[in-house]
Design a protein around this ligand. Structure first.
Ligand code: DSN
Length: 414
């Protein structure tokens, strides 16, 4: 590429440098293995295939069938699922396939409010899911900031949704999928568990699995699962018989066209990696790092939404520091720490400003950061956010970030 398209090559080289020289604390980010980079960049992109293994609309699909069957078998094994669809282009596409499979336009859905930790594709009013379906939302408890299952039950009884959605993008506490299913059963609703964020913890059995409870389980694959940018749908034994064929038709031809077989190959590699014992060690370290960083920050006087974390992420409520999420994101960016501004429950700021920032440990854990580095990061955040940093402080912490990155180079991309 350096010869054929030096312009694109130069941009990728700059991004490589950025990834290597910054501390990545965005909760949905991660670094994939060389094997997965090879799969996504392979000649598989050249092959057109529609349909499912053994039932394609184009010829020459024998190898592609083997790959997709391998990915399906590994997904079923890893999650103990009875049915897996590995074709969704992303987690949002996986959700849309579930909606197409279960809902008619204007049907009612009940999901977690975006500013309380939900996801755009769970019915946010300005998205396709909010425009095509009649969405309502549950919130977290105003005092504890934990999910309030009694409130969800009450809302489900009054709104009578056809589909209830559990899971989100910025909720730092464990989710009781069994309780969600009881609520769904009580009002005759179907249950979708979107485990995009916690999927790695679920795979490693460090979080309750939704497979025995939810009618549909969806996930993206690039977050804690440490795979390519893509999606998967899983069904448990109890729902596979009824929904397996319907969900497959909803994915293709319902919402997608030709298979992204290069991404499916990368997902097969990802699932192979996740089936190894070292993956459980990695997930344990993600959890340890998140808890340690959260506790350190509390000791420095920061207020965390819900008071802490049970998973890989947490939100800092920056109102006591009297700075906005946007300002904090920018301050940290200038010293080489990447985070995202995030709404907090009952936020008075707009989504462009936000009162909080979200921090997650999957990417830094891949990089080899452990307890020492979590202490260092907490001290840096204290210097940068608890007071207005001087130029001297900025220079000092920038050097500390560079030192930590040099200590743990991103071997996989260099
Ligand atoms: N869902 C968004 C996030 O959690 O950051 C992007 O994957």
């Amino acid at each position: 590429m350096s010869d054929s398209d030096p312009e694109v090559f130069a941009i990728i080289e700059r991004e490589k440098k950025r990834q290597n020289e910054n501390i990545e604390l965005i909760a949905s980010a991660n670094f994939i293995s060389r094997a997965m980079l090879e799969a996504t960049g392979s000649l598989l992109t050249n092959k057109v295939a529609e349909g499912y293994p053994g039932h394609r609309y184009f010829s020459g699909c024998d190898n592609i069938d083997d790959l997709e069957n391998l990915a399906i078998a590994r997904a079923k094994k890893l999650f103990g699922a009875a049915h897996a669809n590995v074709q969704p282009y992303s987690g949002s596409q996986a959700n849309q396939a579930v909606y197409l499979c279960t809902l008619k336009p204007n049907d009612r859905i009940l999901g977690m409010d975006l500013e309380h930790g939900g996801h755009l594709s769970h019915g946010a009013k300005f998205t396709m899911t909010g425009k095509h379906y009649s969405s309502s939302f549950y919130t977290v408890d105003p005092d504890t900031q934990f999910i309030d299952y009694e409130q969800i039950l009450a809302l489900a009884k009054s709104n009578r949704p056809k589909l209830i959605i559990a899971g989100g993008s910025s909720y730092s506490r464990s989710i009781d999928f069994k309780r969600f299913r009881e609520i769904a059963d009580e009002v005759g609703a179907l249950l979708l568990a979107d485990i995009a964020h916690i999927v790695g913890l679920v795979a490693a059995k460090l979080h309750q699995s939704p497979i025995p409870y939810a009618h549909f389980v969806t996930t993206s694959t690039q977050k804690t699962l440490r795979g390519p940018r893509s999606g998967i749908i899983l069904l448990g034994e109890h729902s596979a018989q009824k929904f397996a064929r319907r969900i497959d038709s909803a994915v293709f031809p319902g919402i997608q066209g030709a298979v992204h077989i290069h991404a499916i190959a990368a997902k097969a590699v990802m699932l192979g990696e996740a089936l190894k014992p070292s993956f459980i060690t990695y997930q344990r370290q993600i959890l340890e790092n998140a808890k340690l960083l959260a506790n350190q920050l509390i000791q420095y006087g920061f207020r965390l939404v819900s008071g802490g974390t049970d998973n890989h992420l947490f939100i800092i409520d920056l109102r006591p520091q009297a700075i906005t999420g946007k300002e904090a994101e920018e301050r940290l960016a200038q010293i080489g720490i990447t985070v995202n501004k995030n709404l907090i429950p009952y936020d008075s700021q707009s989504p462009q400003i936000c009162s909080g920032i979200r921090l997650g440990t999957p990417a830094v854990t891949t990089r080899g950061f452990g307890s020492t580095e979590m202490h260092s990061i907490a001290a840096i955040l204290d210097k940068m956010l608890n007071t207005k940093p001087t130029n001297h402080t900025i220079q000092e912490v920038r050097e500390e970030v560079a030192r930590l990155c040099r200590l743990h180079p991103l071997k996989v991309i260099l």
